[in-house]
Design a protein around this ligand. Structure first.
Ligand code: ZN
Length: 442
């Protein structure tokens, strides 16, 4: 499934625009790892998918971590003697270092300077800085604006609060025929940043909307969580059901103009890793598949050795490898509608492969069955790629020994999964195949 045909291209364009519009709605919200910004974001998502909003109290022990105090901010600025706001949180969320402690003090530039952060190589961009687990405060600004600050006294105000409250996350669970799950996880803790944060959210929401309308074998769980502490908290509070997760994807940075990058799970050859590599290889698009490494997003927690879940990370340009990363240049223009649509389509295709990846037994395993007598050639004669389909029939018959899945067969045949799957459907209809039920999953 590619977005190549004119109808599909148009549909892709519409999908991309729809996802981008949702990003426009979420962009102004000041998110952090806790606080009202996360709640507002979860409420906006809830208008599209009926997810549950969970609140975990500050101070809750989650493995080696503790749920932090809740951070909220009303206003923050640096004002000069002329009562002009030379740095103003209300002009851009990124101006305030996330989790800044409250401050209300007059100070000279020398005292203020250690709390100011800029990007000298990109003087027109505002950097994104946080200080979650060490109390501090700070402002981020354009380097060009810093250079304009004169050595004088300034009024510094951060009207924020760090109080016992809770960590908020959203969870959307869609039951399927079996309790085995496909997990989709994305972070919701970055303020006005588009690729690193909002792109993952919008693609996850669109996937959830689509999956909800389809018949499905697997159950699906979509998590909208603050990075690191959110996945640690979810894993700590749901340890008893973690074994149901059979496949998972962390979605991040899925809207930039770069090619798709897939980072494999720690296991390296999990079904999700193979399904993703297969879909990308047959997409005909440039892409990269990289091995797991213990740095990046929440795959670090899902793939920690105590869990070792089959969860990979789906992204485009890897984080830190594009200059706009963690700066105000990661804005609404940086994310491309066609990239969003393509990311969505590829993930959905992977779900289709996982859903259809069954194991069959050839009911006529001794020599080839006589296909012509069963009208099989005629059944596929109208299709343009007849040769391929016939070849797929032979591959499915030969590979269906009760030990190999359709993905195993597709890989060995080097044919797209869809061809192998349709061949299996045809063979099932005429009774030449029987599905081998996997025990233990209900
Ligand atoms: Zn980030």
């Amino acid at each position: 499934m590619t977005l190549a045909g004119p109808t599909e291209a148009r549909r892709g364009e519409e999908l991309g625009k729809e996802m981008h519009n949702f990003m426009v709605e979420l962009y102004p919200i000041c998110r952090s790892i806790t606080g009202e910004g996360v709640r507002e974001t979860i409420r906006a998502i809830r208008k599209r998918i009926p997810l549950e909003m969970h609140e975990v109290p500050s101070g809750t022990k989650v493995f080696d971590w503790t749920v932090p105090l809740e951070w909220n901010v009303i206003d923050a600025y640096v004002m000069n003697r002329e009562k002009e706001r030379v740095i103003d949180f209300k002009a851009h969320n990124l101006h305030l270092m996330s989790y800044s402690a409250p401050v209300r003090k007059k100070m000279f530039l020398a005292e203020l300077s250690p709390h100011l952060f800029t990007l000298p190589d990109h003087p027109e961009w505002i950097p994104y800085r946080t200080s979650y687990y060490k109390e501090n405060w700070g402002f981020c600004l354009r380097h060009a604006d810093l250079e304009r600050l004169i050595d004088d006294e300034y009024e510094v105000v951060i009207d924020s609060s760090l109080r016992p409250g809770s960590l908020t996350y959203g969870e959307f669970y869609l039951p399927g025929e079996i309790s085995d799950e496909i997990l989709v996880s994305c972070h919701v803790c970055h303020p006005s940043l588009c690729n690193d944060n909002l792109s993952g959210i919008t693609v996850a929401v669109k996937l959830a909307e689509t999956v909800a309308t389809r018949p499905r074998r697997y159950s699906y769980r979509f998590l909208f969580i603050p990075g690191t502490i959110g996945s640690i908290t979810w894993l700590a509070q749901n340890e008893q059901i973690v074994s149901r997760i059979k496949h998972g994807l962390v979605l991040t940075g899925v809207g930039d103009a770069g090619n798709i990058t897939y980072k494999k799970s720690r296991r390296g050859n999990a079904e999700i890793d193979r399904a993703m590599a297969h879909v990308l290889r047959h997409s005909g698009e440039s892409h990269t598949v990289i091995d797991f490494f213990p740095y990046g997003y929440d795959e670090r927690q899902y793939c920690s050795p105590g869990f070792d879940l089959p969860v990979g990370c789906f992204m485009r340009a890897p984080h830190g490898q594009y200059p706009e990363y963690h700066s105000s240049a990661d804005d609404l223009d940086f994310v491309k509608t066609d990239s969003l649509a393509q990311s969505y389509t590829r993930c959905l295709r992977v779900f289709e492969v996982l859903e259809g990846n069954r194991t069959y037994m050839n009911q006529n395993p001794k020599c080839e069955p006589q296909l012509g007598r069963r009208g099989l050639y005629r059944a596929v004669a109208g299709q343009q790629e007849k040769q391929w389909t016939e070849l797929a029939l032979f591959w499915v018959l030969n590979g269906s020994d009760g030990h190999h899945t359709l993905l195993d067969i597709a890989e060995r045949a080097d044919l797209p999964f869809g061809k192998i799957q349709s061949a299996a459907e045809v063979l099932l209809e005429v009774g030449l195949l029987k599905e081998c039920r996997i025990s233990g999953s209900t």
